[in-house]
Design a protein around this ligand. Structure first.
Ligand SMILES: [Zn+2]
Length: 224
């Protein structure tokens, strides 16, 4: 708790900090990692409150290596809100709002590191983010409901085709086999255009169904 201090962060950029951020940080990509996989010391979200009843939370740390990238490391239990806060902090730094207390320099000034406690509202619930273990899923993580029953609120997704007329998704619910699901989104299927849309839909559906069968065959083989 000793590092849980409240201070007035820098809230505005100066001309110099704005220029520096624009040249050094603006184009750096942001990578999101889960500490479970990326950190030797697996960390869990910590919460605490001070004497005045203000709540704080440590749910991630962020490193930036100049010339490389920003890396957000989410701790076990981190939520969608935590990730949004982390991204906001990066945006502020990229805009030149450089708070040395929040973003400590490291490695002889070749980067910065931030792992401060962040104020939060304990009444506000947000879904937890957990890494996806399915190697055939294109998403790195999914949102989980954790306030009562614990379950994943999203499907795994492998491939999808989205046009103005339809959406076809190759997806998987929990441990079920992969399936292809589709939705027609056009208003009317009439005349030459309608026929073309239906033919395209049938072709795309057949393609994804083939991929689906292939994925399920791999899984059956692995389970055998
Ligand atoms: Zn997944």
């Amino acid at each position: 708790m000793s590092d849980l201090t409240v201070f007035k962060p820098v809230t505005e950029a100066t001309d110099a900090s704005r220029t520096w951020a624009a040249s050094v940080l603006a184009d750096l990509p942001v990578v999101v990692k889960f500490c479970e996989a990326a950190c030797p010391d697996k960390k869990t979200v910590q919460t605490s409150a001070d004497a005045e009843g203000r709540h704080f939370r440590q749910a991630f740390h962020i490193g930036v290596k100049y010339g490389a990238h920003f890396a957000i490391h989410l701790y076990t239990g981190a939520t969608r809100t935590d990730l949004a806060v982390a991204k906001q902090m990066i945006t502020r730094l990229k805009n030149g709002i450089v708070c040395d207390r929040l973003w400590e320099e490291f490695n002889n000034g070749t980067g910065r590191y931030m792992n401060s406690w962040i104020p939060f509202d304990p009444e506000q619930w947000s879904p937890e983010l957990r890494p996806c273990a399915d190697p055939n899923c294109v998403r790195d993580w999914h949102e989980w409901e954790t306030s009562g029953d614990i379950f994943k609120t999203e499907s795994c997704e492998n491939d999808a085709i989205r046009t103005d007329d339809y959406t076809i998704v190759l997806q998987r619910h929990d441990d079920d086999p992969w399936t292809v699901e589709s939705w027609l989104t056009c208003d009317q299927l009439e005349g030459v255009d309608g026929l073309k849309a239906l033919r395209d839909w049938a072709n795309d559906f057949a393609y994804l169904q083939g991929e689906c069968d292939r994925l399920n065959a791999i899984q059956v083989k692995e389970a055998a």
